[in-house]
Write a protein that binds this ligand. Structure first.
Ligand SMILES: Nc1nc2c(ncn2[C@@H]2O[C@H](COP(=O)(O)OP(=O)(O)O)[C@@H](O)[C@H]2O)c(=O)[nH]1
Ligand SMILES: [Mg+2]
Ligand SMILES: [Zn+2]
Length: 230
């Protein structure tokens, strides 16, 4: 996706400014899982959102079976927990522009770290400004590497087949083969075990919707590629 030999993708999910988009985070997580890379969600900018919003996001990922930490760079909250995960590994920070990736990396590296540019979120659009324009590989104190990346808005997943997508959603994978139809895609088929789990609250219905939206995007991508080949 971003760099070779990556051990860990840290998906930054801002609690506010810009507006949190778990759907984008879900796409980052599924893409990383498809490349057999471990993932961690870091809910950032927690000082800018009500506690209920942060708790909801945290609960969403805990229930989805994805490790999650809360971080707030200016308050230095959650930094030791995150640093422990980064130690000795090659990690990539991924997330929307303005999520606080560069700020977080700066806070982790401390005053002796290299100069890293950060940029305010555009007040009019609520979007980040893409201050970080290229990937940047930074040595992590005590061992390891961290890659700071520019913001992602959408993700294209070359070579990933829609039918394989449930495998990369840890909370949906257990339902594979448990639906009425063996090749159920958990979208519109009757007798879908994943849909029943979402209705029953065992799976967050928003996660299933997010999966379905990603599946749809992948179908559209496939169609676009097919057309451009003709
Ligand atoms: N209040 C607050 N602001 C933050 C936090 N993290 C980053 N920011 C601000 O958000 C803006 C975007 O941060 P930046 O690190 O450039 O985001 P990036 O595009 O993901 O690298 C900057 O103005 C930062 O100062 C945070 O935890 N709390
Ligand atoms: Mg940046
Ligand atoms: Zn199903």
């Amino acid at each position: 996706m971003v760099a070779a030999n990556v051990d860990l993708v840290v998906a930054l999910l801002p609690a506010a400014e810009p507006e949190p988009s778990p759907r984008l985070t879900d796409r980052v997580l599924a893409s990383a899982a498809a490349q057999d890379v471990e993932t961690l969600v870091a809910i950032s900018k927690t000082d800018l959102a009500p506690a209920a919003v942060v708790e909801d996001l945290e609960g969403y990922y805990a229930k989805a079976g994805v490790p999650v930490v809360r971080v707030c760079a200016p308050r230095e909250d959650g930094l030791p927990a995150l640093a422990a995960r980064l130690h000795g590994r090659t990690s990539v920070f991924v997330g929307p522009s303005g999520a606080g990736k560069s700020t977080l990396l700066k806070a982790l590296l401390g005053p002796l770290g290299p100069e890293i540019a950060t940029g305010a979120v555009n007040a009019k659009t609520g979007r980040g400004r893409h201050t970080t324009t290229s990937c940047r590989l930074v040595p992590f104190p005590g061992g390891g590497w961290v890659v700071d990346t520019p913001g992602v808005r959408t993700l294209v997943l070359p070579g990933m087949r829609p039918a394989d997508l449930p495998m990369f959603f840890p909370d949906l994978a257990p339902f594979n083969g448990r639906c009425r139809f063996q090749d159920c895609t958990h979208r519109v088929e009757p007798g879908c075990a994943a849909a029943a789990a979402a209705s029953g609250g065992e799976v967050d219905p928003r996660r299933l919707d997010s999966y379905r939206a990603m599946f749809q995007t992948m179908l559209e991508e496939e169609e676009r590629r097919r057309r451009s080949r003709r």
